[in-house]
Structures are given as C-alpha cells and as structure tokens.
Design a binder for this molecule. Structure first.
Ligand SMILES: Nc1ncnc2c1ncn2[C@@H]1O[C@H](COP(=O)(O)OP(=O)(O)OP(=O)(O)O)[C@@H](O)[C@H]1O
Ligand SMILES: [Mg+2]
Length: 213
C-alpha cells in the first residue's frame, strides 16, 4: 500500500505523521519504507536518528527522492508492505506524481479555521490527480488539536470541512501533545514512548488506514 502525506501548508504535521505511522506499522511487524520528498529532510533525519539512537527498534527504511516519484514508488512497493511519502508543504511535482501512484492521500490540517484557507486550491490539485488515479482514496486529518475543553476550533474546522466532500475526514483526530516533539530526535514514534493518549490516537489512525487498503 502506498500512502502519500500531502498539503499546501507548512507545519501541519506531515513529517510527524509520516514517522509515527511508520513506527506503528513497523511495531505491527510490517515492512515499511518512508520516502522523503521534502528537501528539509525531517523524515530522513528521523530514520538516521532511529538507526543511531534506537537501534533495537524495528527497522524503517528511508529513501530520499525528488522530481517524479511515480516509478520509484511502484518499484519500492514490490518489496515493502507500506510505502509512506512525506512531501513539502506546497504544490509540487513530488506531491502530484506520488499521489498518482498512491492508494491513499492523507491531508493533514491544523485544527483551526485560519489554517484551512488553502482547501479550495487543494481540492483542485486532488481533482487533477484523480484524472490519472481514479482509485485514489483521499482523507483529511485534523492535527495539533487543542486539548482544552473550551476550545471550539476543532468543531469549527469540522464544520468547514463539511463543505468539502472531496476530502472526507478520518474519524481520528491528532491532538497537540509534547510527546510528538519529544520522540522525533531519538528516532522513535509515540507508540514507542510513555504517552498512552498519543499512542492510542496513532494506533486507531493506523487501523483506519489499514481498513482502507
Ligand atoms: N500533534 C502534535 N503535537 C505537538 N506538536 C506537534 C504535533 N505535530 C507536529 N508538531 C510539531 O509541529 C512542528 C511541525 O510539524 P511537522 O514538521 O511534522 O510539520 P510538517 O507539515 O512536516 O512541516 P513542513 O511543511 O515544514 O515539512 C514540529 O515542531 C512538530 O514537532
Ligand atoms: Mg515536514
């Protein structure tokens, strides 16, 4: 299964999701390759940190690639259970070519109305991709949601998404938790850490993804 994580926004948790989903799939015994298509290389750094600082954990293979990803992804899929592509926070050849080869396009969005301004443009990008890959499943995912009970931004964001049937939401929401920041430099996922709430949300998310495959 090939998953692309894409958005026209920076900082919406693409790399955080890539590595946390990879760690959970690896924990489940799956062969996982992550493809870093963002020159910032957060995912590549995580793979290197994992090898160096957490060598006893299940391996995740890392590949860096720019330009047209389609053939590379189809090739990598032959030797992995899951290929996960982390893209940059902008419209790119990498995002579009990866999505044409993917089973699932995951669209992370910060759970705040102000962060949803690129959605109309993103829907156009998705429509263009689906001309080449009509089978593509697309799912939105709210990230960095506030854990404060009084905060209404998640509800407001869900309301806005109801106007975009092209991007149905995962049931799972990812909340703002310091463990997501803490695990990155040691090459771990939150499923390999002590925060049971973060672990549970990633595990439920991964089950949702597997069920789509
Ligand atoms: N659920 C979360 N809770 C707390 N912090 C988070 C969460 N998700 C991401 N972050 C933090 O937010 C910042 C941006 O996250 P990340 O790098 O994953 O986003 P990105 O979409 O990959 O960004 P870019 O577009 O720059 O590649 C990082 O400092 C990360 O540690
Ligand atoms: Mg990133």
């Amino acid at each position: 299964m090939i998953l692309t994580i894409g958005s026209l926004k920076g900082g919406c948790s693409k790399s955080t999701l890539t590595v946390n989903v990879a760690a959970e799939l690896a924990r489940l015994g799956k062969k996982v390759t992550v493809v870093d298509a963002d020159p910032i290389a957060s995912t590549t750094n995580w793979v290197a940190d994992r090898e160096e600082r957490s060598p006893d954990l299940p391996a995740v293979i890392g590949v860096q690639k720019k330009g047209n990803l389609r053939a590379t992804l189809l090739d990598l899929e032959a030797s992995a259970d899951f290929v996960i592509v982390d893209t940059g926070g902008y419209d790119s050849q990498e995002l579009r070519t990866a999505a044409t080869a993917s089973d699932l396009l995951i669209v992370p969005m910060k759970a705040s109305p102000l962060d949803l301004d690129t959605l109309p443009k993103f829907v156009k990008v998705v429509e263009g991709i689906m001309d080449f890959n009509a089978e593509l499943e697309v799912r939105g995912l709210f990230t960095q949601a506030s854990t404060h009970a009084m905060d209404k931004r998640l509800d407001e964001s869900r309301d806005i998404l109801s106007d975009y049937p092209e991007i149905p939401l995962f049931d799972t929401t990812i909340y703002q938790r310091s463990s997501y920041m803490d695990v990155m430099p040691v090459g771990r996922g939150v499923v390999e850490w002590s925060d049971s709430k973060a672990k549970a949300e990633i595990q439920v998310l991964v089950q949702e993804m597997i069920n789509l495959g």
